[in-house]
Design a protein around this ligand. Structure first.
Ligand code: PLP
Length: 312
């Protein structure tokens, strides 16, 4: 906690790190000082799992669901956390409260850690937990949110679910990163990747929905079960809008009336062009608008929020 006194220096420093607070080894420190060992298998082998939750106007959104997904990833990877769920909740609250951010991007991470004498047996490693809160960030910038994202369908296969279980939120992002480069090379802003059958899967940090004739579809398999995606499906159920999980072909996506992508980092983000072609009218559609409005409305609903107590 004594590192917190340095926070004022960080605030005035033109530091390349975002301003925020991390929790590591029992201490709260400026996020710029949080470090992991180069020998941590989380770094060397992407042997880690994590979750990201956001704080909007001073309240966490669906914190329990994010912690639950994180714990399930930890269990599936046969890791052991040095903290219990209630402690995680408290640590995340403290990171946000100490950061002072009313809109924050909050991450909890468990890495395999290191083992004595650099043993390659994962069972011998001591797993590590860390967390941090930084300012809220979005997949789409303000202009893209206003006019819709321009995306490409990259000719890259997302890591198949038989190789890495996408239900475990993971840092296996090389396919997604190459998808981004493919998009930039083509003058687009982001990308959707395919699954092994050539259907649409997901993009760098988001799920996707296609709208046609008033009904929604979203890929069922080979994707992270996003909490924003789940929220959209629940909003649809509440509004009597048909939303199906299933295969989403490229043709179906390209002939949609509306498309949007979903992430904790940005919420519901419209897509108005695919590979230079307009989606539907080329403007943000009414269903996307309506769901987006409901999504942010649910951020005021006591069923889903956890209010942060900021000091002073
Ligand atoms: N898919 C991937 C690969 C992601 O990394 C993310 C979020 O980071 C998502 C989908 C969206 O998930 P959520 O809505 O829970 O943020």
């Amino acid at each position: 906690m004594n590192h917190i006194s340095k926070l004022s220096e960080i605030y005035t420093d033109p530091h390349p790190y975002p301003v925020g607070i991390a929790f590591q080894d029992g201490q709260y420190i400026p996020v710029s000082e949080a470090k992991i060992s180069v020998l941590d298998y989380g770094f060397l082998h992407s042997d880690a799992t994590y979750d990201t939750v956001h704080v909007w106007d001073g309240a966490f959104f669906r914190l329990d669901d994010h912690i639950e997904r994180f714990l399930s990833g930890v269990e599936r990877l046969r890791m052991e956390l040095p903290v219990n769920p209630e402690e995680i909740r408290q640590i995340l609250h403290n990171c946000v409260a100490l950061s002072g951010h009313r809109r924050a991007y909050v991450e909890m991470v468990c890495t395999r850690g290191t083992a004595a004498n650099f043993s390659r047996d994962p069972r011998e490693a001591t797993n590590r937990f860390l967390a941090f809160a930084v300012p809220y960030g979005s997949v789409a910038n303000d202009e893209q949110l206003r006019r819709g994202l321009h995306i490409t369908i990259a000719d890259i296969t997302r890591i198949p679910p038989g190789s890495v279980d996408p239900k475990i939120k993971n840092y296996h992002w090389l396919d997604l990163i190459m998808g981004l480069y493919d998009a930039y090379d083509k003058g687009r802003e982001t990308a959707l990747l395919l699954d092994a059958d050539g259907n649409i899967s997901e993009g760098p940090g988001f799920n996707v929905f296609a709208v046609r004739d008033g009904s929604l579809s979203t890929p069922a398999r080979g994707v992270l079960p996003g909490i924003t995606r789940r929220t959209v499906i629940e909003i649809c159920a509440a509004k009597g809008i048909n939303a199906q999980e299933g295969n989403l072909s490229q043709e179906r996506l390209r002939s949609s009336d509306e498309i949007f992508v979903t992430s904790t980092a940005g919420g519901i983000m419209p897509v108005t062009q695919i590979d230079g072609q307009p989606v539907g009218s080329g403007k943000i559609g009414p269903i996307t608008d309506c769901l987006k409005c409901a999504y942010w409305g649910w951020h005021k609903d006591s069923r889903f929020i956890d209010i942060v107590s900021y000091p002073g």
